[in-house]
Write a protein of this length. Structure first.
Length: 193
C-alpha cells in the first residue's frame, strides 16, 4: 500500500485534510460568534465607510479557494495556527463580555451593534464619537475634515454636513471645531462652483 511506502507523504496529507476541516469549522464558528455578539451588524455598519469592494463573485470565490489551498499546503503548521486561533477568538469574546466600559461608551456602541440600517453619515459620527471618547483627545477641525474627506473619496454620496450634524447631536465634539469644519466645507463647496 502506498501509505506504507510513503509515510511522510501520508502524514503531510493528513495535516492538509485536517486544515480543510478546521477551516470549515472556522467558517461556521466565527460567523456564529459574530451573530451571537452582534458583531455581524457592527461589521456591516463599518463596511459602509470602507472603500467599495469591486471584485466579482468569481474573483472572491477564487481568492478564497486559493487561500484554502495555500493553508492546506502548509499542512501541520496551519493546523497548529488554527487550533490556536479558535480558543483565542473564544477567549476574546468572553473577555469582551466581562470587560466593563463606561456608560457613555456603551450608549455610543449600541446603535452600531443593533441597527444595521444606519446611514453612512450616522455610522461615521458614532465611530468618530467613540474615537473621541476612547482617545480622550480634543480633535482639531483639520482632523475632522480629513476624516470626512477620506470617507467622501470612497463614497461620493456621503454628505459631510449631515455627518457633522449627527456628530453634533451626539454632543461629544466641541461646537467650535464642528463650526470651523462646516465653514471649511462651505468654502470648499463655493470653490467648486
Amino acid at each position: 500500500m502506498w501509505i506504507d511506502e510513503h509515510p511522510y507523504l501520508a502524514i503531510y496529507l493528513m495535516g492538509s485534510v485536517l486544515v480543510v476541516i478546521l477551516t470549515l469549522v472556522k467558517v461556521v464558528l466565527f460567523p456564529a460568534i459574530d451573530w451571537l455578539t452582534k458583531g455581524n451588524i457592527l461589521k456591516k455598519n463599518l463596511k459602509k465607510l470602507m472603500p467599495p469592494d469591486v471584485r466579482t463573485f468569481a474573483v472572491k470565490f477564487a481568492t478564497l479557494g486559493g487561500q484554502i489551498l495555500f493553508e492546506a499546503a502548509l499542512s501541520w503548521i496551519n493546523v497548529v495556527v488554527i487550533i490556536i486561533q479558535i480558543p483565542i477568538t473564544l477567549l476574546r469574546v468572553i473577555r469582551d463580555g466581562f470587560t466593563s466600559v463606561p456608560e457613555e461608551v456603551k450608549q455610543l456602541r449600541y446603535p452600531l451593534r443593533n441597527n444595521p440600517n444606519m446611514s453612512k453619515e450616522s455610522v461615521w459620527a458614532y465611530i468618530y464619537a467613540l474615537g473621541i471618547k476612547g482617545g480622550g483627545e480634543v480633535l482639531s477641525p483639520r482632523d475632522i475634515i480629513a476624516s470626512l474627506e477620506e470617507v467622501k473619496a470612497n463614497h461620493k454620496t456621503f454628505d459631510c454636513i449631515v455627518a457633522l450634524d449627527h456628530l453634533q447631536q451626539l454632543g461629544i465634539a466641541s461646537a467650535a471645531a464642528l463650526d470651523s469644519a462646516r465653514e471649511y466645507l462651505a468654502c470648499e463647496a463655493d470653490d467648486h462652483w
